[in-house]
Design a protein around this ligand. Sequence first.
Ligand SMILES: Cc1ncc(COP(=O)(O)O)c(C=O)c1O
Length: 458
Amino acid sequence: MELPFAESWRIKMVEPIRTSTRQEREEWIRQAHYNLFQLPAEQVYIDLLTDSGTGAMSDRQWSAMMMGDESYAGARSFFRLRDAIHRITGFEYVIPTHQGRAAENVLFSALVKAGDIVPGNSHFDTTKGHIESRKAFAVDCTIDEAKDTQLEHPFKGNVDIAKLDNVLAENADKVPFVIVTITNNTAGGQPVSLQNLRDVRAICDKYGKPLVLDSARFAENAYFIKTREEGQEGRSIKEIVLDTFALADAMTMSAKKDAIVNMGGFIATRRAEWYEAAKVYCIPFEGYLTYGGMNGRDMEALAVGLDENTEFDSLHTRIHQVQFLASLLDEYGVPYQRPAGGHAIFVDASKVLPNIPKEEFPAQTLTVELYKEAGIRSCEIGYILADRDPVTRENRFGGLDLCRLAIPRRTYTDNHMRVIAAALRNVFERRDEITRGYRITEEAELMRHFTVKLAPAE
Ligand SMILES: Cc1ncc(COP(=O)(O)O)c(C=O)c1O
């Protein structure tokens, strides 16, 4: 008999979690204004809000933390981190930051000005926020296939090269750089192929533009390149990662994802002039250049995490769990962005709750229903997150409206996946009874989803 698949680790420490009653949850979600970000974590049973900073560190990471050098300037831990980043990505210059959006803030302060255009593939909300808050424009050039959740495509995160070429042909003088997000979170944790990155690089070279990679999940992206792209299966994750970054001028990194730390990020680049320009903003925004918002001990854990999570077994265990959840949803007929992404399942809310009009936010409604059903906290990646158009101030209903089940790394077991799938099935089965969604009662101008207040639409 062939042996079944099992995780590439065993468990050394556990944390209790508890269930609640439906009555409790109905009251709690009302108090949270139907926004799951507003729930105290203790009111959540299985927390799938994000895979960011929620993973379980390894024994090597914990022990590395004891070696942290907390010197203000020139800490040993910084040099260890810089060397690890150089070894894994090939980039020479490194600025640590406290998380990914801080890396964006520091780098974009140096590079983006009012009126600029930054094309890419479905910019993440903080990336878009850092572009739009500078009165610049983020132009999404993701392939159209990503919009059809039921279409199978191995690299739905890809950039549409013709769209990118058109944006550059018309606006080259306004484009400071092109940014590609690997994996493409907003389109469903979907990977970008190495060939697509090579094609993007060729377009960048045609117009003399640099390329930045938003690299929060670069290791998962490399896993998909290895397992799905022709000619790549014999190569190691570390080789693919080096090839990926060789195509770029710089990266911004939220280390809370693929470096499996609870807090941390960085900018890395091969351009000395970008490093010099960004340095100026790191000091006032983040801190001195050799800690940039991080403790020495956290830089140690980050260096180890980068190394460990660019190994095949670690990534295979993780993606296997996401695919296991997907297989249960397939069994129950629950529609999601296909194929399953790297870090999450993105449930297609418009198909699960067909009776909710877009003005009443189907994906947000689904997050609330799933919470009420089983205490599961998911995240709306849809019309609320899309914010309003900066010029017309109208809601942006053009993209996908998804409910993201982000799976923290090494945190939940396959039994938790079974509970999640069963809860979604229950909501899906009573979809005809769910006819009203929510209306916004209060919202921020930018990145409103974190703090938005909602009320039932009737
Ligand atoms: C693709 C992508 N870029 C940037 C960020 C921002 O990183 P952070 O949350 O560490 O600020 C995230 C966070 O989820 C992300 O998914």
